[in-house]
Design a protein. Sequence first.
Length: 268
Amino acid sequence: MTPFLVDTHVHLYADAYDADRDAVVARARSAGVTQLILPAVDLDSIEDVLELCDRHDGVFGMAGIHPTYVADAPANAAIQIEPVLQTEKIVAVGETGLDYYWSREHEERQRDSLAAHARLAAAHRLPLSLHNRDKKGSEDSSRDLVAILRDVKADAGDALTGVFHCFGGPKWLADEVLDLGFVVGLGGTLTFKNAGVPEAIADVPIDRIVLETDGPYLAPTPHRGSRNEPAYVPLVAETLAAVRGMSVEDVAEITTRTARTLFGLPVT
């Protein structure tokens, strides 16, 4: 068993887990995944995150509005989020970011929301969890995201940190991530053939990587196409170990240390 892994991004409140949510947490622990971090996607899901943080040891949360939900969010959503950031088990702001894949109808609101989230994160010294998705062949969201972060960082400095979750490139973006002082989050897509993730992260130091599932989405091989869950994080660790020519134990130790440092998690 690979010891002491962290799933830094799992939507444990999702309907896909309604039938066996407690068992999902138990299986994660049995697999050595001792800490889970739950991103929010809207104001309602923040309440779900808080409830699960209270219900389970080793479960932590984020507060934020996902870019595909900003059109339905109130104009003062950032103001409503801020008090939650004082909650002990809220360890990050997110998930936020840009998503130009489904529609660009609300891209200006997405950019404004991202900037507001980034300022909140810096003000509260919490990491930012970033979603970034564009249509195939386009890099517009990546370039806009970096520009916004650089603008906020010009004032916030080292107070602005975080993770580019579900990182898949392009390769130039990895250099920007490192230069911004962020880390990359790797999940099931690392195990997908022809997804290009190993190439995109070729120059990313192992201590600037954290692991995740994005469950219930993007289950790693050999579970691709089925429901993802935190117990599958060891499969991501094994793939990363093979890609880097390292032992799984070293990958687990280093990525867990990075996650605990970034999110301020207790050592278990």
